[in-house]
Design a protein around this ligand. Structure first.
Ligand code: ZN
Ligand code: CA
Length: 439
């Protein structure tokens, strides 16, 4: 991607407190906001999506052959000590992303069997950057103490992103992004809104979709800056700051990041931001006539569709719905393919020959021998691996071992010939993957 300052629209996860004062989603307003800055924007977004979708069927082979690794930098922008969330919470969020994008999340067992034929693993992994823009070692985390008490505002509710975007600018009380073609920038901050004297945590996060807008002026800075923004309480499953999502204070499961990164990689809301006639452009996601409103109602089938020959119920399990964190657990294969299409096009530099992703993996290095194999494989590795899983082609966990001695073997005897993956987790929660072929 040639531009570093991307102009793109935000898709807001947006909810109100129980009084339903505020809209749930600003994405439509965000598109209009961006269109007003740069006429023709909506057409460009639509054409980028169409191009990624047209390409998606080409990527099945590439997806089988590689694991896409995205370097992440977290920018923690805090006004209070509580907002300055600990490294362990950010590392935990990386693990949630890796679990969700590799179908390793334990709660896939809660997905209704209706969706067995469509659920899939995007096979995308996330790593905290270990090398910064200038080639120096980094933790992949920046911390900025700001005098801005909140980047949210009433103006944000009415469709202007100008205040929110200040978190992405050092001059405006936030912090400038790292090279957006090589890092996924995730800002973590406070976006609560003062609503007639009451502090309302109304915005969970927003993301910019893939940029593919070649006609835009180079260096344009009038629009939105590429990346993801998260309300600080939504990060990780071990965040000491709880959040009220309408059911009282509780911990989140880190799924706001999963959802927003989905937008960043080109996905739209599963209900298509409209009624049954609007759709998300993905063939294997059921239509719905509206978002699921943070509930987990598994009785709903609001639109008639035909996927694999059946009319599927509304997929509240999908990460791109607005169901509660604890009923989301899956992407579909079509959604995974579209995201790979984006990584092969609009976000190519993020995952190909990217110096930012070069890692010293000595501590967790794992070898698999023989490969290809006709029966069993032997795994050798250093000490600090906490879990090893054998994964089938569509992300199903076939077996799991904790802990596993270096030099142990895993038998593939009972599985058909094909491609498998050994996913292993380091002590810091990072998930790595090796491809294994059974002949
Ligand atoms: Zn969204
Ligand atoms: Ca249906």
């Amino acid at each position: 991607m040639k531009t570093t300052l991307l102009l793109a629209f935000g898709l807001m996860s947006f909810f109100s407190n129980s009084q339903q004062i505020i809209d749930k989603c600003l994405s439509h307003k965000a598109i209009q906001y961006q269109e007003s800055l740069t006429p023709g924007y909506i057409d460009q977004v639509n054409s980028v999506f169409a191009r990624a979708k047209a390409h998606q069927s080409n990527y099945s082979q590439e997806k089988m052959n590689s694991l896409y690794t995205i370097p992440v930098v977290f920018h923690v922008v805090y006004n209070t000590a509580a907002q300055n969330i600990h490294d362990s919470v950010l590392i935990n969020q990386i693990k949630v992303l890796n679990d969700d994008y590799n179908r390793l999340n334990a709660d896939t067992v809660n997905m209704r069997s209706d969706f067995d034929g469509v659920a899939g693993s995007p096979r995308i992994e996330f790593r905290l950057a270990q090398i910064d823009e200038f080639g120096a070692p980094t933790t992949g985390i920046t911390r900025t103490n700001t005098s801005t008490t909140s980047f949210g505002s009433i103006a944000a509710v009415t469709g202007s992103f100008a205040d929110l975007e200040k978190v992405k600018s050092t001059a405006d009380g936030g912090i400038d992004p790292w090279d957006q073609s090589r890092y996924l920038n995730i800002w973590v901050c406070n976006m609560s809104i003062n609503f007639f004297g009451q502090e309302i945590t109304a915005l969970l996060g927003y993301a910019t979709p893939p940029d593919g807008l070649p006609h835009w002026p180079a260096g344009a800075t009038s629009g939105m800056s590429d990346g993801v923004v998260l309300q600080f309480q939504t990060v990780g499953t071990n965040n000491p700051n709880q959040i009220d999502m309408g059911n009282g204070l509780q911990n989140t499961l880190g799924r706001t990041a999963t959802h927003e990164v989905g937008h960043y990689l080109g996905l739209r809301h599963i209900w298509g931001d409209g009624d049954c006639t609007a759709e998300d452009g993905i063939d294997d996601t059921p239509n719905a006539d509206a978002e699921s409103n943070f509930d987990c109602d598994d009785t709903k089938n609001t639109c008639v569709d035909n996927i694999l020959g059946v009319d599927l119920p509304d997929m509240i399990e999908n990460f791109m719905d607005y169901s509660a964190d604890d009923c989301q657990n899956s992407f579909t294969q079509g959604q995974g393919d579209l995201m790979i299409g984006v990584l092969e096009n609009e976000r190519y530099d993020l995952v190909h020959n990217n110096p930012a992703s070069i890692q010293n993996l000595d501590a967790t290095d794992l070898s698999v021998f023989p490969n290809p194999t006709s029966n069993s494989i032997t795994l050798t590795h250093k000490n600090n691996i906490t879990e090893i899983r054998l994964i089938g082609m569509y992300g199903t966990t076939l077996s799991s071992t904790i802990p596993l001695q270096s030099g142990s073997t895993i038998s593939l005897e009972n599985y058909p010939a094909g491609v498998y993956f050994i996913n292993y987790t380091s002590e810091s929660g990072m998930v790595f993957s090796k491809r294994v072929v059974k002949q």
